[in-house]
Design a protein around this ligand. Structure first.
Ligand SMILES: Nc1nc2c(ncn2[C@@H]2O[C@H](COP(=O)(O)OP(=O)(O)OP(=O)(O)O)[C@@H](O)[C@H]2O)c(=O)[nH]1
Length: 324
């Protein structure tokens, strides 16, 4: 069995839809300074957009597609981690970004297996909490977020730039009660030092709050549904803006890599979290030039057919493609 020090350090990143998990992955990669960090990305939905946004070379980002890591992907995940660790030049560290609907406890058994086999050293478990969106959540959703946050070593109270000190204090109070062993760090764009996350002694094993049932049969508190499309073409910017404004209330999260007919060579990154939408130039990666768009919502209110029809009105040119 490899020495503990020789095991590859592994951290996990959880957090609700749109909290800033991919932003955190890129913060860590930006501070890696030549170290090789392999990133596992588990988007919910058929198209893994976060994969495109993780700023590392293709071979070192692994998309866990077609499901949520807490439900269906643990075997693939374990096998893939083992494959990387056994490479002649194994990675310096591994980062796992769970999907925005995953229960952070769900990876515990896989991580325990990998640790027992001497493959990885499980470092900090991180949870990104969207301080801005938290204020708009219904009571049971807010409870779920706090419950999920509480089983992590470090909680990033992210988007601190968007909330008043009083709101931050309330969240801090809730976390102090529910997560006394977690370290809470207020962040903007998940600006945390890499030294804080690697080598940090996990404290989550001390946490007693998680119930045995949840550990064995992780369930999502709610049922989610997504609609996505991917094609080679262009969108009408004004029509897209009207479409985007119609989304809040119909979905929880939307994101996309878009190309508009007035600037086809300048791909844009669209993000909608709750009621907050942004469009900005897409960071450069080696990824594809196709338009990719994903909308995620609660199954009980989600209307994929209407979304698809509305989005079709926004397309000004389509060369080929597919949607789910
Ligand atoms: N104002 C503000 N925006 C932020 C901050 N952190 C992240 N964002 C924005 O929030 C949006 C969602 O960020 P992501 O990193 O994609 O969130 P995510 O958790 O990976 O999203 P999913 O994987 O879809 O669940 C993006 O538009 C980010 O630029 C922050 O601290 N402040």
């Amino acid at each position: 069995m490899p020495e503990a020090a020789a095991r590859v350090p592994l951290i996990t990143i959880g957090g609700f839809l749109g909290a800033g998990k991919t932003t955190l992955v890129n913060q860590i990669l930006g501070q890696a300074g030549g170290q090789r960090i392999v990133v596992f990305v588990n988007d919910f939905g058929a198209i893994n957009i976060d994969y495109d946004l993780v700023q590392t070379r293709d071979a070192d980002r692994i998309s866990l597609k077609n499901g949520c890591v807490c439900c269906s992907l643990n075997d693939d995940f374990v096998e893939s981690v083992v494959g990387f660790v056994k490479q002649t030049e194994s990675p310096d560290a591994i980062v796992v970004e769970a999907s925005g609907i995953a229960d952070p406890r769900a990876l515990d058994s896989s991580l325990a297996m990998l640790e027992t086999a001497g493959m990885v050293r499980s470092d900090a478990k991180l949870y990104v909490l969207d301080a801005a969106n938290f204020q708009d959540l219904e009571f049971d959703d807010a409870e779920t977020i706090i419950d999920h946050a509480a089983v992590n070593d470090i909680v990033l109270m992210n988007k601190s730039d968007l909330v008043q000190p009083e709101a931050r204090r309330k969240i801090n109070d809730l976390l102090a009660e529910a997560a006394p062993y977690s370290q809470v760090v207020e962040t903007v764009n998940c600006d945390i030092a890499i030294d804080m996350v690697f080598g940090a002694a996990p404290v989550s094993s001390k946490i007693t709050k998680s119930s045995g049932n949840e550990l064995q049969t992780p369930q999502h508190a709610k049922t989610y549904q997504s609609w996505s499309c991917e094609f080679d073409g262009l969108l009408d910017r004004e029509k897209f803006e009207v479409f985007a404004m119609s989304l809040p209330g119909k979905c929880l999260r939307a994101k996309g890599i878009l190309r508009f007919s007035d600037a086809p060579e300048e791909p844009q990154l669209f993000n909608l979290v709750g009621y907050r939408a942004t469009v900005e130039p897409k960071p450069r990666t080696e990824a594809s030039a196709l338009i990719r768009f994903v909308v995620i919502g609660l199954a009980e209110t989600f209307d994929a057919a209407t979304l698809e029809a509305s989005f079709a009105q926004v397309v000004s040119e389509k060369r080929n493609g597919a949607s789910d």
